[in-house]
Design a binder for this molecule. Structure first.
Ligand code: NAP
Ligand code: MG
Length: 484
């Protein structure tokens, strides 16, 4: 079969090669493609490629390859040597950044300026950051009490969602490898391509066979992977519902788990906030990646006396957002990742309107094919509305009001989630007080959606447990505590 070459925007010189079919990446090689299913470009619904569905037998092969690599070369390698591989991977990601950015945008639907400026560089940054840790774990107390060296768990099963396919892979794979674990990773069904390109990077970096295995498939594949008896640790990012089912299924098995789940962040704006900056932060907080972000600022809590003025400013700003071709470098809002996700967003917005909220969207012409949703403001939202409590995971901002800082905290914390929050005010003492009161893993002040590999990320309550990034993120990948 011939390869199909996708030339992106005319002004772009880079070309990414998409194979017609992909096998699984097990033990350093790609298998013969089997049980093929398509992955589409959500911007126009064309089939980009067909990838293999891994059933229990293939999952077992992936786990066996990871076990062999752990018991063999990788588990015995010094941290300094492991670090060299991570540095190499980081540099290759930088060198092939254009390819990754275009492929991510094709498979996911996100604007090229986001994959180019955020996803790919941040993924490379995670490998650089963790490369530096590989030979310093013992100095940071990442050892069990009484032990002299940091001890990895062994084989780690990693299951990731579709909203940041390469970045979530980096968040998972980099700390696992830095600490000496081996990996079997399952990307989401709708966005497998950058993980498969990453498999090529592992080959290019000369990573020993079986240290990273990439198994494509759907929820059944993920289930078979986390249930496999030879898996020592599970790292999952996705919905609270699936996170719960994983926690139940591994209970009592001795497997460790970290779960990064959903969110319903409050972005809280006081009347003394720097308003232009706040408008940009609110817009970026909810429309970045079409709002398909677990830490998205999806609930705007605005101080009542500036509600009307702020909403007016937001409307004006929203009319300037460019919605459309994700490969156009001027696009601000791209496609929704799948029809299922589009239906979920539409359904929740309809429910919000039925419950009494007012919806407003700027005029814009949406492409004729593909999955699209206009940036939407919902005003008149009350705390009990579904659009104020459930994660919409789309370009939809629910606006609520408050009068006092105490009321803002009470409303912000009135959620089953606890992943992130934002505070906009000129008053430093208020920022500190709010950060202390807010039950959220990350609190941004006068900014939003800022990520750095050195900063731990994770939630409370139904947003899951465990942290990714920083020293805290490494803890999840080594044995700590007494007697280990
Ligand atoms: P999802 O359905 O939970 O899927 C996440 C991953 O789990 C996918 O790879 C999925 O496979 C797989 N999966 C599905 N059922 C499974 C099972 N029973 N056992 C093991 N794996 C299974 O989530 P989604 O709807 O695709 O993604 C959106 C959700 O992820 C949102 O709720 C969002 O908040 C959350 N999220 C959280 C973070 C964070 O860092 N906290 C980051 C991003 C997203 P398929 O590909 O077949 O679905
Ligand atoms: Mg899914």
């Amino acid at each position: 079969m011939s390869r199909f070459e996708y030339a992106p925007a005319p002004e772009s010189r880079s070309v990414v090669t998409v194979e017609p079919t992909y096998g699984l990446f097990i033990d350093g090689r790609f298998t013969e493609p089997t049980g093929l299913f398509p992955t589409v470009n959500p911007a126009d619904e064309t089939v980009l490629a067909e990838v293999s569905h891994a059933g229990p037998a293939e999952v077992a092969r992936g786990v066996a390859a990871a076990r062999k690599a752990f018991d063999g070369v990788w588990g015995r390698m010094s941290g300094a040597e492991r670090g060299k591989y991570l540095f190499r991977i980081a540099r290759i990601l930088q060198e092939r950044a254009r390819e990754f950015a275009v492929l991510e945008t094709l498979d996911n639907g996100k604007p090229i300026k986001e994959s180019r400026d955020v996803d790919v560089p941040t993924a490379a940054a995670h490998f650089f950051y963790h490369a530096g840790w590989a030979d310093k774990l013992e100095y940071a107390g990442l050892t069990a009490s009484g032990a002299e060296v940091a001890r990895p768990h062994g084989v780690v099963a990693q299951v990731i969602p579709w909203n940041f396919p390469l970045l979530m892979l980096a968040w998972k794979v980099a700390p696992a490898l830095a600490t000496g674990n081996t990996v079997v990773l399952k990307p989401a069904e709708t966005t497998p391509l950058t993980a498969l390109l990453f498999a090529q990077v592992c080959q290019q970096a000369g990573l020993p066979d079986g240290v990273v295995n990439i198994i494509t498939g759907d929820g059944r594949t993920g289930h078979a992977l986390v249930e496999h008896p030879d898996v020592d640790k599970v790292a999952f990012t996705g919905s609270t519902e699936v996170g719960r089912s994983i926690a139940r299924s591994i209970a009592g098995t001795g497997k460790r788990a970290t779960l990064e789940l959903g969110g319903k962040a409050a972005n809280i704006v006081f009347d003394d906030a720097p308003i232009d900056q706040a408008v940009e932060g609110i817009v970026g907080g909810i429309f970045f990646n079409q709002g398909q972000v677990c830490c998205a600022g999806s609930r705007l809590l605005v101080q009542e006396n500036i509600h009307d003025a702020l909403v007016e400013r937001l409307r004006r700003r929203l009319t300037t957002l460019r919605v459309g071709d994700p490969l156009d470098k001027n696009t601000d809002v791209g496609a929704i990742n799948s029809r299922a996700q589009l239906d979920r967003i539409s359904g929740l917005v309809e429910a919000g309107i039925a419950e009494g909220a007012q919806a407003w969207s700027p005029e814009c012409t949406l492409p004729a094919s593909g999955f699209w949703f206009r940036p939407t403001l919902l005003t008149g939202v009350s705390q009990t509305h579904r659009v104020a409590t459930e994660e919409i995971f789309g370009p939809v901002l629910s606006v609520l009001t408050f009068r006092t800082p105490q009321e803002a905290v009470a409303k912000a914390n009135n959620t089953a989630y606890g992943l992130s929050a934002g505070v906009w005010t000129e008053k430093g003492s208020r920022i500190l007080w709010m950060a202390d009161q807010l039950r959220a893993g990350v609190v941004w002040a006068n900014t939003f959606n800022r990520f750095d590999p050195s900063s731990p990320f994770g939630g409370y309550k139904e947003s899951g447990y465990g942290r990714e990034g920083g020293r805290h993120g490494l803890e999840a990948y080594v044995m700590t505590g007494a007697g280990r």
